[in-house]
Design a protein around this ligand. Structure first.
Ligand code: MOS
Length: 731
């Protein structure tokens, strides 16, 4: 089964989506809904001294106003690694202020407008403490990650003596690079509708982690998780921002309880910049040593990345940069810089995009130092064995991605000399290439599958649909194994009532869901076989088997274990704890790869950088749903263009917080910025799972930014090592 390609089926929810049928949490417009709004702190650190809510209370349509005096019984959710929250901090449980934009009061009113207006009438005074909002703040505290509690779960990759090998290498690159703070901006805002039925709390919220929200909420409210249900059938974009319990969920729940009515709390975009997670700033020191033939003798990658004062948000940058090539020796180091912000989070390819930017810029610089073609240099240093663990990769087609991409792009016609290629209008043309890598991880699942004689198949599992095509992948896999059409399969996900949910993130969604669906379908086939006289199910319709056996319906429940996980993992899933397997497995290591080839055009006078053409070839193992997979890659490339040329969240060190908190000032690529994006897949099965699937979503973004930066160097002769690259840097 693993060696035939999957057909290109349409998204199973395409029609519903196009018709606007899916109801997102923010779409809930029941007439009995009350609406909540938050008042926020203008200071970045200190505490609330006095707070005056009288004007807000007296404002038209206001039902309730809460401050920390009313919600002091809230508990802390714990940070995602070992807890449930995007941060281990809960606003409104005390007068303490940890970051600018932190909620200090909650208003509940008859309408969104009334609540928003009243929230603006809240007056507070503060005691201010000194604060350090960025990694460049003077006297900011920097700690080795190995000296934090993270040191017990995360190790720094080391192979051989990289410092000695670098010291004696005949050809060296030694550079510093930076990637800025960025914010995910899913179109669906972070929002909760909370409703009590007796002592049962029902939460509608777009989330990547319904079980985490459920258990986090139970912990913060101090109630049993059995009383909480979280429903999230569709997520309007997650990108890591919705990967855990959010600070507003308990506030909406507490408000609904006191108001005796359902409450909707939508966090406006400007508040999300301060009250949801973001990509931390990272500073990279990269040293690469090679011999004169271009053999990579050593690499050293040292990273300083931002965390908050109240959490240690991990740095896992070097886990990926160490896997790009067959280094002779490697040393990675991760340090954390404690800033006075909310806790950063896992924003799409959280570590891997910056890591690939740093390392793949350095590799391009090395190619120029050696006078070698950057594709040839990469191919010559490809490896099938992981340099760090010495274990084989589960599959590795990085070389095939580079070769096929070069062919599709027409790389052979490139003149390597910077500024050598010009368009008829005088624009500089630059061609750049870079490799991306992303870990192959997986999660276990508890799955229910039912087949009914009327021709319907229902599968319920732990996964979330945030537009990436999760339902389509599950339907395609289940249908294929059972010999039915994808359209006959109903997929229930993102619902804690249907099956235990787990975090959908880390690009483990498809491989984990396929693992789960295949296990459930195999169990169903076994159960169906028992209903037949000859034990044969192949070539027979499951519905006919049921009819022949006089059965209406057949149900199975399966526990699908990710490679190397123990049965304990199922208790973790039921308690909403994150439990990932990989990328290092017992005797192998799993990474996905992608090669991006980019053409940039630098306009002669304005120096505007355009990206007319990108060719991307991915090695994600077997492609289950060609259509949604190609969409993932195109989305990654668009995001990479944003990361390379547009996106940065700005901080004024005098005030803390973030300044450009809307989509007018936080600049992202628009349609006019996007040219042709040609996507192809190696589509060779991975060896780890029967399905042969590896990670895809996030690897798509990895390597886009350095390919663009390398192309800008080729076009202009200017080497730019700080993102984003803007007009002012190449004037
Ligand atoms: Mo993604 S950043 O792993 O939700």
């Amino acid at each position: 089964m693993a060696d035939t390609h999957f057909p290109d089926i349409p998204r199973v929810d395409a029609r519903e989506k196009v018709c606007g049928a899916p109801i997102f949490a923010t779409d809930d417009a029941r007439p009995d809904l009350l609406h909540a709004a938050l008042a926020v702190s203008p200071i970045p650190r200190g505490r609330v001294l006095t707070i005056d809510t009288r004007a807000a209370q007296a404002s038209l349509g206001v039902r309730l106003v809460f401050t920390h005096d009313d919600l002091a019984d809230l508990q802390l959710p714990g940070f995602l690694l070992g807890g449930y929250g995007f941060q281990n901090f809960q606003p409104l449980r005390s007068p303490d202020i940890a970051y600018r934009g932190q909620p200090i009061a909650l208003v509940v009113a008859d309408s969104f407008e009334a609540a928003t207006e009243a929230a603006a009438l809240i007056q507070a005074t503060y005691v201010e403490d000194p604060f350090w909002p960025t990694i460049n703040s003077p006297n900011v505290e920097i700690i080795n990650q190995t000296d934090t509690p993270l040191g017990t779960i995360l190790t720094e990759p080391v192979a051989g003596d990289a410092d000695a090998a670098f010291a004696t290498a005949p050809v060296k690159i030694d550079i510093e690079l930076t990637c800025p703070t960025q914010h995910q901006n899913p179109i669906e805002l972070v929002a909760t509708v909370a409703e009590w039925k007796g002592n049962k709390l029902i939460v509608h919220e777009g989330t990547q982690n319904a079980e985490g929200v459920r258990h986090g909420l139970a912990r913060v409210l101090g109630i049993p998780a059995a009383q909480v249900e979280v429903i999230s059938p569709f997520v309007g974009g997650g990108f890591g921002q919705k990967n855990s319990y959010q600070m507003q969920t308990a506030l909406a729940a507490a408000a609904a309880r006191r108001a005796g009515a359902p409450v909707k709390l939508v966090v406006p975009r400007a508040q999300l910049f301060q009250d949801a997670s973001f990509r931390p700033t990272s500073r990279h020191h990269v040293q690469i040593g090679a011999d004169t033939s271009g053999k990579l003798l050593a690499a050293i990658h040292e990273v300083d990345a931002q965390t908050s004062r109240h959490d240690f948000f991990p740095g896992e940058y070097t886990a990926t940069s160490s896997r790009l090539y067959g280094w002779g020796a490697f040393r990675g180091r991760e340090r954390l810089v404690r800033t006075d912000t909310q806790t950063p989070g896992f924003m799409r390819a959280p570590f891997e995009h910056p890591a690939c930017f740093a390392m793949e810029t350095a590799i391009d610089e090395l190619a120029y130092a050696l006078g070698q073609d950057p594709v040839e240099l990469r191919l010559a240093n490809d490896t099938s064995v992981d340099a760090i663990t010495k274990r084989p990769f589960t599959s590795r087609y990085a070389g095939a991605c580079l070769r096929r991409g070069a062919e599709r792009f027409g790389w052979r016609a490139r003149n390597a000399e910077p500024q050598s290629m010009r368009d008829a209008d005088g624009a500089h043309i630059g061609w750049g290439v870079a490799l991306g890598a992303y870990p192959g991880m997986m999660i276990s699942s508890i799955v229910k599958l039912a087949v009914t004689r009327d021709g319907s198949v229902e599968i319920a599992t732990g996964a979330h649909e945030m537009g990436q095509g999760m339902r389509t992948v599950i339907a395609a896999t289940t249908a294929r194994k059972l010999g039915v059409t994808p359209g006959s399969v109903t997929v229930t996900i993102g619902d804690t009532r249907a099956a235990p949910q787990q975090l959908t993130a880390g690009s483990w969604g498809a491989s984990s869901a396929v693992l789960a669906a295949e296990a459930a379908a195999d169990a169903m086939r076994e159960a169906l076989a028992k209903l037949t006289t000859d034990g044969v199910v192949d070539g027979r319709s499951p519905f006919e088997i049921l009819k022949a056996a006089g059965r209406d319906c057949l149900e199975v429940e399966t526990m699908a274990k990710a490679p190397g996980q123990s049965a304990k993992v199922f208790d973790q899933i039921r308690s909403g704890m994150m439990s990932r397997a990989g990328p290092v497995f017992e005797d192998c290591v799993s990474f996905s790869f992608i090669a991006h080839f980019v053409e940039v055009r630098v306009e002669p006078r304005l120096r505007r950088i355009r990206v007319p053409r990108v060719v991307s070839v991915a090695d994600c193992g077997r492609v289950i749903s060609p259509r949604t997979a190609a969409s993932q890659v195109r989305g990654g490339v668009v995001w990479g263009i944003g990361a390379a040329l547009r996106e940065a969240s700005e901080t004024d060190p005098r005030y803390g917080g973030f300044l450009n908190t809307d989509l007018a000032e936080y600049v992202i690529p628009v349609n006019a910025d996007i040219g042709s994006i040609d996507v192809d897949f190696v589509d060779e099965p991975d060896s780890l799972l029967e399905s042969g699937v590896k990670s895809l979503g996030e690897v798509s973004l990895c390597g886009v930014a350095p390919a663009i930066g390398n192309a800008v160097f080729h076009a202009t002769g200017r080497r730019l090592r700080d993102l984003p690259i803007r007009i002012e840097h190449i004037l």
